[in-house]
Design a protein around this ligand. Structure first.
Ligand SMILES: [Zn+2]
Length: 447
């Protein structure tokens, strides 16, 4: 068998057709080595879904639990039913489309992502992972392959978190990162709750929402996603085998000094909170630079009080976002920030500083055997995989607490995401979906 290179493969079904519609459960997955997804069908599905909430600049605005989200969910469900799937919806609105396997006693091999977007989002973030999963099921149907384990495609509710906090809400409830009640009580900026909005779009489902509450576990979970960063494109590589996700610590920092008149107050007698804040902000950058290659430090928000041009700022607040691939590194960054704050407090007379940690996600290591399947899948089609650590949060990071998990990254143009100009090459998306197909096939046919 000579598999066509991933980048050019469209719909190679020869070996699968030879296996026939009655391929038995004990047939090794290797028999379907050259099976490939339908390149055009995947692309057309992506473009069709992207019309729901399409923006003038070529992006998508489809916030969680809006009427547009309902339309997208209903389209997915229609497609999944047409592909023979059984649908269930849980108490936080997560959708599971199940293609039965020959062994009803086996846990499902699952995949998926999310279809809500940022207000100025793109066509591929999340949507790709859901539709790549659907394309895997359609491909298995076309080839007449019956897997042993069921195959499920998940659509997780409110991954983006732009309308309701916390982010990665549906997968977080599923995995027990927070309670269903906590998620249902979250409000958007106009005061509407997740509970009300789920009911209003008809997606307050009856299935248990959390594993602890009886939701089905998975045998394995794979998530395909655009990288949302520039590493794969920079390396000229199509498939990223994601080995884990960076841990995160977020902080709110408040520097307090004293407001005073910009003219009469001599430089030596000032208690300038913003000046001290800028020194700390600079330290955040240095702290991250000392933890390369996997440390990240970002100050994304800053405000000065009273924010008047001829008043020395009496208070400055800013945020810190630290990320690192290992927890010890993240702890070093945490300690260094506190040291810097203590030093700045001592150095500037009459200045006080508080550092409040508001978020902590430990780093997540994905399952080695699943990551290996992704590496193998890439090589099988002549594509060299690159090991990569996810810098962003994904539903897979939560699901990893409940099942062996791994992710497949494909490049996005210029590494840009959460932007209407987000773009990805159709052949790269197909390549990632082919790797997903083979990983699922291997996992769902071997006992
Ligand atoms: Zn996403």
């Amino acid at each position: 068998m000579n598999p066509t290179p991933l980048a050019t493969q469209t719909h190679a079904l020869d070996s699968a057709s030879a296996a026939g519609p009655h391929a038995t459960a004990d047939t090794p997955a290797a028999q379907w080595n050259s099976l490939g997804i339908d390149h055009d069908r995947l692309w057309q599905s992506l473009m069709t879904l992207a019309r729901i909430g399409a923006t003038d600049k070529g992006g998508v605005c489809r916030l969680a639990l809006t009427d547009l989200d309902r339309q997208a969910r209903e389209l997915f469900i229609r497609w999944a039913r047409e592909a023979g799937c059984e649908i269930r919806v849980d108490g936080i609105g997560n959708i599971f489309a199940r293609r039965p396997g020959s062994d009803a006693g086996r846990l499902a091999v699952a995949t998926g992502s999310h279809i809500d977007t940022q207000p100025t989002g793109g066509k591929f973030d999340g949507n790709y992972g859901v539709l790549a999963g659907l394309e895997v099921i359609r491909t298995l149907n076309d080839a007449g392959i019956e897997t042993e384990a069921p195959v499920e495609v998940c659509v997780w509710t409110n991954e983006e978190g732009s309308r309701f906090v916390p982010v990665m809400m549906g997968s977080g409830v599923y995995a027990g990162a927070f309670t269903l009640e906590h998620a249902l009580s979250a409000r958007d900026s106009s005061g509407l709750t997740v509970r009300e909005e789920l009911q209003s779009i008809g997606f307050a489902g009856a299935s248990p929402a959390s594993v602890a509450g009886g939701a089905a576990r998975f045998d394995a979970y794979f998530e395909a996603h655009i990288e949302q960063g520039p590493v794969l494109e920079d390396a000229g590589i199509v498939i990223g085998a994601v080995t884990g996700a960076l841990g995160q610590r977020w902080y709110d920092v408040t520097v307090t000094g004293q407001e005073a008149h910009a003219g009469p107050t001599p430089m030596r007698l000032r208690r300038d909170a913003l000046l001290v804040a800028t020194r700390l902000i600079n330290r955040v950058n240095e702290i991250a630079l000392a933890e390369q290659p996997n440390g990240r430090g970002t100050v994304g928000c800053i405000s000065a009080h009273p924010n008047s041009r001829n008043v020395i700022p009496g208070r400055a607040t800013f945020t810190v976002d630290f990320r690192h691939a290992d927890d010890e590194g993240l702890q070093r960054m945490h300690d260094a920030l506190h040291q810097a704050a203590a030093g700045a407090e001592q150095g500037g007379s009459g200045i006080s500083i508080t550092v409040e940690q508001v978020v902590y996600f430990p780093p997540v290591a994905f399952d080695q055997s699943l990551v290996d399947m992704i590496r193998e899948g890439a090589r099988r089609f002549g594509s060299k995989p690159l090991d990569i650590v996810s810098g962003a949060g994904h539903d897979a990071v939560h699901v990893a607490a409940t099942a062996p998990t791994a992710m497949i990254f494909v490049p996005c143009k210029d590494g840009i995401s959460h932007n209407e100009i987000e773009d990805a090459a159709p052949e790269h998306l197909s390549a990632g979906a082919n790797v997903l197909l083979h990983a699922i096939l291997q996992r769902a046919t071997c006992s």
